[in-house]
Design a protein around this ligand. Structure first.
Ligand SMILES: C[S@@+](CC[C@H](N)C(=O)[O-])C[C@H]1O[C@@H](n2cnc3c(N)ncnc32)[C@H](O)[C@@H]1O
Length: 273
């Protein structure tokens, strides 16, 4: 039996620490069952010790499993591709003019889930071709979900992940393995990955400074407080005149005046002024 008050306390802990917000209805209809199944998997018979081991972070494998279950990893190559068009056709040319040629242009995908977003950015840059000849680019994907990051590094994708890709792009950047698609080394070598919690400002600062941050389809799962924390962390690691891209259902709150919202090409972006 799961005590409802304790279940809610576990939910609040996970929400404060990792940002993922689960409402009461979903908690009882979906997540209760998911937690029971993890308890089973790890051999817990009472919810109290399961709860304590999570909140005191006594078992890192258990915590990883819980994060895996509460996060939504849905993603695919060339998702909302008009934003990548804006990146390579307007933003990179502008940054190329204002940044010293000796500096790399640094792009962060936070969260990157299983890697499709940041590999898509790499493909766009390679297809454009001019700027990567002129200067270095550093592409980094981060996510809190260790399993998703492991998958991103392996780079083996299903039909569903590549369904938006033109055939010539698939042929150029992937090797077909049965009914799966393995990224070629040219793509793998262009990107780095790391397990990071966007709400941890120290971990975030250690990543360095970025010219562009993509943060799509994560903030919608956060409550207002954590949404602001995450945006603040993005702001702190963006260079001046750097850009933040959000998912189409997400926005920087109006009272956050440090970003200027601009329409560039087909996309709305936030510039750090
Ligand atoms: C729906 S995916 C978005 C992937 C990609 N940006 C896209 O739009 O296709 C959401 C991701 O957010 C990650 N996530 C949730 N909370 C996080 C946190 N606090 N720090 C880092 N990543 C987090 C999840 O693990 C999940 O992989």
């Amino acid at each position: 039996m799961i005590n409802l008050a304790l279940l809610k306390r576990l939910r609040d802990f996970l929400s404060n620490k990792f940002g993922v917000f689960i409402d009461d209805e979903k908690l009882e209809s979906i997540y209760k069952r998911k937690f029971l199944s993890i308890m089973n998997e790890f051999g817990y018979t009472d919810f109290n010790s399961f709860y304590k081991d999570i909140i005191f972070q006594r078992n890192s494998r258990l915590l990883e499993r819980v994060i895996d279950v509460i996060t939504v990893n849905e993603t695919y190559f060339f998702r909302e591709a008009y934003q990548f068009d804006t990146l390579v056709n307007y933003i990179i040319p502008e940054l190329d003019k204002i940044r010293p040629k000796t500096e790399s242009i640094n792009i962060l995908s936070a969260p990157c889930s299983t890697g499709e977003e940041v590999y898509s950015i790499a493909i766009y840059l390679m297809e454009e071709g001019n700027f990567i000849k002129k200067r270095d680019f550093l592409l980094l994907g981060i996510d809190i979900d260790k399993q998703a990051i492991e998958k991103a590094k392996v780079g083996l994708y299903s039909e569903r992940s590549v369904h938006k890709l033109p055939k010539e792009i698939i042929d150029k950047y992937f090797i077909k393995k049965g009914n799966l698609y393995q990224i070629r080394d040219i793509l793998r070598n262009a990107v780095n990955f790391k397990v990071v919690n966007v709400l941890d400002k120290y971990e975030m600062k250690r990543l360095g400074k970025f010219d562009v941050i993509f943060s799509r389809n994560m903030l919608i799962y956060f409550d207002e407080h954590n949404r602001k924390e995450a945006i603040n962390n993005f702001y702190n690691i963006l260079k001046t005149n750097g850009y933040l891209f959000l998912g189409h259902a997400e926005k920087v709150p109006d009272d956050f005046k440090l970003f200027k919202r601009e329409k560039i090409g087909e996309a709305f972006v936030y510039r750090k002024v």
